[in-house]
Design a protein around this ligand. Structure first.
Ligand code: CP
Length: 330
């Protein structure tokens, strides 16, 4: 049994990176390291969560997160059920709490929830017995995205501590930016946040108190953000969250010209810098296709790590059996 498997995880739910300390994060990443290899086997299944039930409750669209939670659960032999907003009784007026309590009455072990309302997973966690995992709540947090990003960085750079990470794009609407800012600074990185002022939320550098205040630099200049960066993380403009708002930049072409990552602007970063994106990418807007498909991009590796890291989270919260964590025959 590894240290990551034997350490008692001190949380019932995973609601945000804000609740985790560096040791919790490292435990999840170390477990993710051990689970990654299961995806390379011909038979991609271990009995770790046999008999457990995982419900994916998604009130917002998702390709990567929902699928990878389902694959993660299935690779660990849990029973999985997927519920989307359009197929749930919330369309008939049922509240989130009532939906949660009814699902809980069927005795799932873990409920993975994505919702457009920031704080929805926290509400569920107060009303149900199952462990709750936040799969993205509004503009608040997306903790497993930050964890899989940290795992990807760690694999490529050997560490996170001491790295310079540029996070560029629509900071205003990005739960990925918030979770990454918290996660990366807890692991010792410095973060440059870059966007037009209209897309920089006031006080974002304070979300983790003194730690994020001391380790965050905000700039509106892409070249300054990229200069000497070890990691470049690009964000999509989330137009689905801007309904009814005044425009925050002149037009997409102008935004792309100033903040899009091209082969030319990528030259400001370190020669060995890696390029990341949580997806979905708007090619030609925040990132040129030749960068997205280039040799420095690790975007699809992020997706692969997503399964391993989510296996780690389900293992810790779903009561996984350590002796059966790796060995298919256990
Ligand atoms: N990165 C991410 O959350 O992607 P999905 O919206 O496809 O889940």
């Amino acid at each position: 049994m590894t240290d990551a498997q034997s350490r008692s995880f001190p949380h019932r739910h995973l609601l945000g990176i804000s609740d985790l300390d560096a040791a919790d994060i490292v435990q999840i990443l170390d477990l993710g390291d051990t689970f990654l290899e299961i995806g390379e086997r011909p038979i991609k299944k271990v009995p770790t969560l046999r008999g457990r039930t995982v419900i994916n409750l998604f009130f917002e669209n998702s390709t990567r997160t929902r699928t990878s939670f389902e694959i993660a659960a299935k690779r660990m032999s849990a029973d999985t059920i997927n519920i989307s907003a359009s197929s749930s009784s919330t369309t008939k007026g049922e509240t989130l709490i009532d939906t949660g309590r009814n699902l809980d009455a069927m005795r799932p072990d873990v409920v993975v929830v994505r919702h457009s309302f920031g704080g929805a997973p926290h509400v569920l966690a107060r009303h149900i017995d199952a462990a709750v995992v936040n799969a993205g709540d509004g503009q608040h947090e997306h903790p497993t995205q930050a964890l899989l990003d940290a795992a990807t960085i760690r694999r490529h750079k050997g560490k996170v501590d001491g790295l310079e990470v540029a996070i560029v794009g629509d900071l205003a609407h990005s739960r990925v930016a918030r979770s990454n800012l918290l996660c990366l600074t807890k692991l010792g990185a410095r973060v440059r946040l870059c966007a037009p002022w209209t897309l920089v939320p006031r006080g974002i550098e304070l979300i983790g108190g003194d730690l994020t205040r001391e380790r965050t630099r905000i700039t509106t200049r892409l070249e300054e953000a990229l200069d000497g960066a070890d990691v470049v993380m690009m964000l999509r403009v989330q137009s689905e969250r801007t309904g009814g708002e005044a425009p925050r930049f002149a037009n997409t072409r102008e935004f792309s010209r100033q903040y899009g990552l091209s082969l030319r602007t990528l030259d400001y970063a370190r020669r060995d810098a890696i390029v990341m994106h949580p997806g979905p990418i708007n090619r030609g807007v925040e990132m040129a296709p030749e960068v997205a498909d280039g040799e420095r991009a690790v975007i699809l590796e992020q997706v692969t790590w997503g399964v391993a890291v989510r296996m780690a989270v389900l293992y810790l919260l779903g009561g996984g059996r350590a002796e059966a964590a790796i060995h298919a025959g256990a």
